[in-house]
Design a protein around this ligand. Structure first.
Ligand code: HEC
Length: 132
């Protein structure tokens, strides 16, 4: 009998610790989601080379510097090669290299509509300064 009680007690203890951890994880997740939302970054669009682009191209700067470009395929080739010289981890002799250039020139080519910067609170404030 007393053995069973000890067992119950330790089970209760476990449940307390476990639910405490769960709560902790939930709070942490919410915090991370909030940070991710408020960051001025922009996600890269779906596509064959998306993952490679995320690992090779978002280490030094955010995605916005990429998604706002409208370049020809030749210009994207130059751009990617320049980034490789600067340290982007893309082997110029693999199909990753060509896939990245295809991916960028398809999504951010000169035939795409101009990039529209998301409106921020600071941006909408400046509209009130037009009374000149
Ligand atoms: C080793 C660091 C690094 C990596 C990795 C990197 N970049 Fe850059 N990138 C830079 C720097 C530094 C700038 C200049 C930033 C500035 O002017 O504010 C830049 C600027 C750019 C620009 C703006 C135009 C220009 O030439 O300045 C584009 C587009 C760009 N990078 C695309 C990419 C792509 C695509 C990849 C992946 C293949 C990539 N970057 C990976 C460092 C890097």
């Amino acid at each position: 009998m007393s053995r069973l009680n000890t067992c119950k007690a330790s089970l209760n203890h476990f449940v307390k610790i476990f639910s405490g951890r769960l709560l902790c994880t939930a709070v942490l997740c919410a915090a991370i989601a909030a940070v991710a939302q408020s960051s001025p970054n922009e996600p890269l669009p779906a596509g064959a080379a998306k993952e490679k682009a995320e690992t090779a191209c978002l280490t030094c700067h955010e995605g916005r510097i990429i998604v706002q470009q409208r370049l020809t395929k030749a210009a994207w080739t130059k751009e990617v090669d320049k980034m490789i010289k600067w340290g982007a981890e893309v082997d110029p002799n693999t199909k990753d290299h060509d896939a990245l250039i295809d991916y960028f020139s398809t999504n951010f080519g000169t035939d795409q509509p101009a990039y529209e910067a998301p409106k921020t609170a600071a941006g909408s404030k400046s509209k009130t300064r037009t009374g000149r």
